[in-house]
Design a protein around this ligand. Structure first.
Ligand code: AFP
Length: 352
């Protein structure tokens, strides 16, 4: 006789809670966009991007069974080996946005140049189609990061130069995190909201309606193997964190490193923290690995609107005037007081 306490078929279980009843109180992404999107065009473009997110989520759940893992056998403009899913995710987003009349063009981490779409569109979309590619084959968290900018030359064919707008011009930004569940973080107004993708209904359901980050933290994320390539102020900062309560900070710190920015940023939006991929001299052409337009800018907008800070160690990322759609930028973001501590340490640093 199975132990009744653990045989769910024998107990009225919370797993069978009448979701249809609860459903009438749930806010879906469609509800939220109808209430808060600044324009039908923005509503439509975000719906297009997040619908592709559902397809990517399904593919990832199939994993090896969908023959989507492994290398694609070529490199992108960044000189990075492309995974099959990098290209598949990129092509799914490209095809869907090309059909969206509000989208005037697309810029992607995986494409050398921006791709014109609909000349009469009012919006430009930028994305890293699959952030954290090195995690795909080991079943770790990956995500899609997206940013939406205004298109100022409606009626003309969009070009690379149309995308060269500071991050403070973004109309929307967000990411999809394909983790144990698929979560959408989004900002289209003054707040940051989060949705969870219900695999049964395929609806994005609102789970957080005003994400706020604690100003202080004792958790940081960095790839410490690059220590010898950092500038002295960053070396000093990390030395202080490692010294913990025995050093000037007077408390111990903990570290996390997902190797997918989308995973580290999500943790910070959920419980605070500091994430940094600082300037380093490891590769001359990658002085600070992360890309400004479709990684740092969208994540910085989310972090700032959740009450955090985002700098290149000193300057506000969202104020940087871009010169190239693939330019890289050092990133320090997260709990505001910790980001400010890093900035002050860099500004006041003098060789001892
Ligand atoms: P991939 O997409 O090539 O895996 O790079 C991910 C990323 O751009 C960013 O999401 C991570 O925070 C960072 O690189 C990880 O860099 P390391 O491989 O040096 O840890």
């Amino acid at each position: 006789m199975p132990n009744a306490a653990y045989d769910l078929t024998l107990r009225p279980s919370i797993f069978y809670f009448p979701y249809p009843l609860l459903g009438s109180f749930m806010t879906t992404l469609a509800d939220y966009l109808n209430q808060h999107a600044s324009s039908p065009a923005l509503n439509d473009v975000i719906t297009t991007v997040t619908n592709v997110g559902k397809t990517i989520s399904q593919l990832l759940r199939k994993g090896a069974l969908a023959d989507i893992l492994g290398e694609a056998g070529n490199q992108n403009v960044q000189g990075e080996d492309q995974k099959k899913l990098d290209i598949l995710a990129n092509d799914l987003l490209l095809d869907a946005l090309a059909k969206n009349t509000h989208c005037a063009g697309v810029a992607s981490e995986e494409l050398d140049d921006a791709t014109p779409a609909n000349d009469d569109g009012s919006l430009l979309v930028l994305f890293d189609p699959l952030d954290g590619s090195s995690n795909i084959d080991i079943n770790m968290a990956v995500g899609t990061i997206f940013s939406v900018l205004p298109y100022e030359r409606q009626g003309q064919t969009s070009e690379n130069s149309d995308y060269l707008q500071a991050g403070n011009k973004q109309l929307a930004a967000g990411y999809l995190l394909y983790g144990t569940s698929t979560v959408l973080a989004l900002t289209i107004a003054d707040k940051v909201v989060m949705f969870s993708l219900d695999p049964e209904t395929e609806d994005y359901v609102l789970i957080e309606d005003n994400v706020q980050i604690d100003a202080d933290t004792s958790e940081y994320a960095i790839n410490s193997s690059n220590y010898r390539y950092w500038r002295a102020p960053m070396q000093q900062y990390i030395d202080e964190l490692i010294a913990g309560e025995t050093g000037v900070r007077g408390r111990d710190f903990n570290t996390r490193w997902v190797a997918a920015m989308v995973g580290d940023v999500h943790r910070i939006l959920c419980r605070g923290g500091l994430f940094t991929y600082p300037f380093d001299t490891k590769y001359a052409h990658k002085a600070g690995k992360l890309r400004l337009m479709y990684e740092a800018n969208p994540m910085s907008l989310l972090i700032e609107r959740a009450g955090g800070g985002a700098t290149d160690a000193v300057n506000r990322i969202l104020d940087i005037e871009p010169t190239d759609i693939h330019q890289r930028v050092p990133v320090v973001l997260g709990s505001k007081n910790e980001v400010n501590y890093v900035r002050d340490l860099h500004v006041n640093y003098s060789e001892q």
